[in-house]
Design a binder for this molecule. Structure first.
Ligand SMILES: Cc1cc2nc3c(=O)[nH]c(=O)nc-3n(C[C@H](O)[C@H](O)[C@H](O)COP(=O)(O)OP(=O)(O)OC[C@H]3O[C@@H](n4cnc5c(N)ncnc54)[C@H](O)[C@@H]3O)c2cc1C
Length: 453
């Protein structure tokens, strides 16, 4: 029977689901799958994106772990495609590769002052509070008033983590340095800005409702934002999700003013125009009041407002990163593809090269969507047998020999178990569920049970 030696680059949900679905698929060939990730631990943004105070979603790691624990997929962590492994290496040892490298960068926002000190990308902050090994250990939390630009769930995550009292995050897995950093924060007011109205937000109802339950944080909404136009009324009447969101916001509007020590303000119909600064640092935000344009969008009213702030986070989307020797769409931040088959500059299919997850589709959608994504990609991979690569050296041990010869200290599924147990142990000792290890060297040393480099 033919054997498909498959490399998957990226051990986030997209990569793990792709491996799992292929193993379980009805097929006329054997498979042997190696999963590579440049981080020492698997799970991608489930570990390094999903907010620490969302334990139910973090719990998806349990399901992904079961896939790896079955033992029919090899995991090589701490291996970076483009540095430790090249496309020609993969062609030498595998029949095909699926890139599932996701997105970790912030999309840009082209407004004046966005590069001032105190203006940050949400993705960088998320990486910090989720303990990503490749970001600095400290975060400048000196602002009392902060703006968060964006009306999606990432904006809510950022706003909530900024507004929450750090002790309320202690039951979560936040790393020690993050807890200490948040304790220094003098924040009193977090302002979330959206260009459109409350019926057009991209928040999910659960995430929005949760804001109202944060201890000692009042939610502030303005009546002027709830003078709904017919399109908004129709959206509320026809879409259950929008209806619930509207109900939640109206409950906040009618609550008596609170006395909490921190406030989270939701500003709608507010289009950021400029980040104001003095001496190179953020001092305020200038924005224009918008109104519905009657066609589902908004238009400027010409009314300009300013709000003093000392820090700003743009949560306007994530963006994929290019990979060496792999086509890349600079405009969309994805690997160009047709249903997962990677395309070259002439829109021709590149044999043996596939994509799945956020790097395939762009950074939208929930973890569950990466499953259907993987199905689509795999349906082509399975049918493309005639155009798979013919590797010169497909032996399973050859990749281990190659990594060893390059001095790449990789981690494995067993290594993840060691790290997992260690983090749970750190947590137990402090009366918490888990405390994440942040430093890459320490992650590798704990995983491989070796002295730290
Ligand atoms: C802040 C935030 C919060 C979120 N919250 C939720 C939520 O509550 N619920 C929900 O369902 N979804 C949530 N999502 C969405 C969810 O995280 C994504 O749908 C999902 O993670 C995308 O999976 P992926 O495998 O494509 O990418 P990723 O999860 O990003 O995985 C990609 C993997 O590829 C690896 N990689 C990248 N480059 C290389 C390279 N050169 N070599 C080797 N490996 C590489 C990365 O290390 C990473 O492990 C959230 C996303 C963000 C950003």
């Amino acid at each position: 029977m033919t054997k498909l030696r498959l490399a998957i680059v990226g051990a986030g949900p997209a990569g793990i689901y792709a491996a799992d679905l292929l193993i379980k698929a009805e097929r006329h060939f054997d498979v042997s799958i190696d999963l590579f990730d440049h981080l020492p631990a698997p799970y991608g943004l489930v570990r390094y994106g999903v907010a620490p105070d969302h334990p139910r979603i973090k719990g998806i790691i349990g399901a992904l772990r079961e896939v790896l624990d079955r033992g029919d997929i090899r995991f090589f962590g701490n291996v970076r495609y483009g540095v430790d492994l090249t496309l020609s290496d993969l062609k030498k040892h595998y029949n095909a590769v699926i890139f599932a490298t996701g997105a970790i960068r912030d999309a840009t926002l082209d407004i004046a002052g966005i590069d001032l000190d105190g203006s940050y990308g949400a993705a960088d902050f998320v990486s910090w509070f989720d303990g990503h090994p490749d970001v600095p250990r400290t975060w400048p939390l000196t602002a009392s008033s902060v703006a968060v630009l964006g009306n999606g769930n990432v904006a809510l995550d950022v706003a909530r983590i900024l507004a929450k009292h750090p002790d309320d995050l202690l039951p979560t897995e936040i790393p020690a340095n993050v807890y200490e950093g948040l304790q220094e924060s003098p924040v009193t007011d977090v302002h979330v800005f959206g260009r459109r109205g409350p019926a057009q937000v991209k928040f999910t109802p659960l995430e929005l409702r949760e804001l109202g339950e944060v201890p000692d944080v009042d939610i502030v909404v303005a009546d002027e934002d709830f003078d709904l136009d017919p399109a908004s009324e129709a959206a509320i009447a026809s879409n259950k999700q929008v209806m619930v969101i509207n109900r939640v916001m109206n409950q906040w509007r009618t609550r008596p003013a609170g006395t909490a020590s921190r406030r989270l303000h939701l500003h709608f119909y507010a289009k950021p125009l400029e980040v104001l600064g003095a001496d190179g640092a953020v001092t305020g935000i200038r924005y224009e009041r918008t109104r519905p344009d009657g066609a589902g969008g908004v238009e400027g009213t010409g009314e300009i407002r300013e709000l003093p702030i000392q820090a700003l986070y743009r949560a306007v989307g994530y963006f994929g990163s290019p990979l060496p020797d792999v086509p890349f769409d600079e405009r969309r931040g994805v690997i160009p593809n047709r249903e997962g088959r990677v395309l070259d500059d002439h829109d021709e299919v590149v044999p043996g090269v596939y994509a799945t997850g956020w790097i395939k589709r762009g950074p939208v959608g929930l973890i569950g969507h990466t499953k259907s994504d993987a199905m689509e990609t795999l349906s082509h991979l399975v049918r493309d047998q005639a155009s798979w690569w013919t590797p010169a050296d497909p032996a399973e041990e050859s990749i281990v020999t190659l990594l060893d010869s390059r001095g790449v200290v990789f981690t494995t599924v067993d290594g993840w178990h060691h790290l997992d147990q260690y983090e749970l142990g750190l947590g137990a000792a402090a009366g918490r569920t888990r405390i994440k290890v942040v430093a890459r060297d320490e992650m590798v040393a704990v995983s491989n049970q070796t002295p730290e480099a």
